[in-house]
Design a protein around this ligand. Structure first.
Ligand code: FES
Length: 268
């Protein structure tokens, strides 16, 4: 990344910040919760936005990571230590300086009229949806969360969820909650929802599309694609939508479900 790229993005309501780690702990096997002191970004962030984080190790590019929640001048990320960059990140200790850009992307939009929100989190999709649930609860909205994981150990801990939401857990193997997928439970909670907000892996979205599970209920989803620059410079994250070509990092990562041309989207 060039310095003038950083200047462009900082002019675009995002900040370039060297912030300090407050804590970094493993909350599920291989999944870490990191809190950062990052006032410039935390105060502007919206649910569904992300940061680009410079990891050490052998990583050249910044990694896009969803903003998990904020608290005044603090910001949290929830991330899986899968690649060399995030494994490096998982080993960083309190007070270590971390270089981040953000907040980036558009974020979820909740209308004032939306009273009952249905959130669908597949696996690590819980990361941005926790922030959305925090905001919705603070605005007096009713939140129902369908929280899916492969097995009990990979279910996001209930004590880290916001108070005041209804949570239905599914696991693929039935080791906790209801055996099956979040998408199996969608029809049971769809009627009472004014709007659906989802974040999860591509197969979850494809199941929703192929089986028409949303029944025309408005739904916003967060797309996870490979990103290099994360700020609309490289065009590496371009997808085709009903409104033409869009860059996931800049025009998304949140899109209306119906705007995605699912039959054309092969890379996620
Ligand atoms: Fe470069 Fe989106 S990642 S334009």
């Amino acid at each position: 990344m060039q310095e003038n790229d950083i200047d462009n993005i900082t002019q675009n309501n995002a900040a370039h910040s060297i912030c300090s780690i407050i804590s970094n702990s493993e909350v599920m096997p291989g999944v870490f919760l990191m809190w950062l002191e990052a006032a410039d970004i935390a105060k502007k962030a919206k649910p569904g936005q992300f940061i680009m984080i410079q990891c050490g190790g052998n990583t050249l590019f910044r990694r896009p990571i969803s903003i998990h929640r904020t608290e005044e001048s603090k910001l949290a990320i929830l991330y899986a230590g899968l690649g060399s960059g995030t494994q490096w990140l998982s080993k960083q200790k309190e007070h270590t300086p971390i270089d981040i850009l953000g907040p980036l992307g558009n974020g979820y939009t909740v209308n004032n009229d939306d009273k009952n929100l249905l959130l669908i989190a597949g696996g690590m999709g819980i990361a941005p949806l926790t922030f959305l649930a925090d905001a919705a609860v603070s605005q007096g909205k009713n939140v129902t969360l369908l929280l899916g994981a492969q097995k009990e150990e990979m279910v996001f801990p209930g004590n880290l969820l916001p108070d005041g939401i209804k949570c239905i857990v599914t696991t693929d193997d039935g080791s906790m909650g209801i055996k099956g997928r979040t998408t199996d439970m969608l029809s049971a909670y769809l009627d009472e929802a004014d709007r659906v907000f989802a974040c999860g892996p591509a197969p979850m979205y494809r199941t929703m599309y192929k089986n028409n599970l949303l029944m025309n209920k408005p739904c916003q989803i967060s797309l996870e694609v490979r990103m290099a620059c994360g700020m609309g410079v490289c065009y590496g994250c371009t997808i085709n939508t009903r409104h033409g070509l869009k860059q996931v990092c800049h025009d998304g990562p949140v899109f209306d479900f119906d705007d995605i041309l699912w039959d054309e989207l092969v890379d996620i």
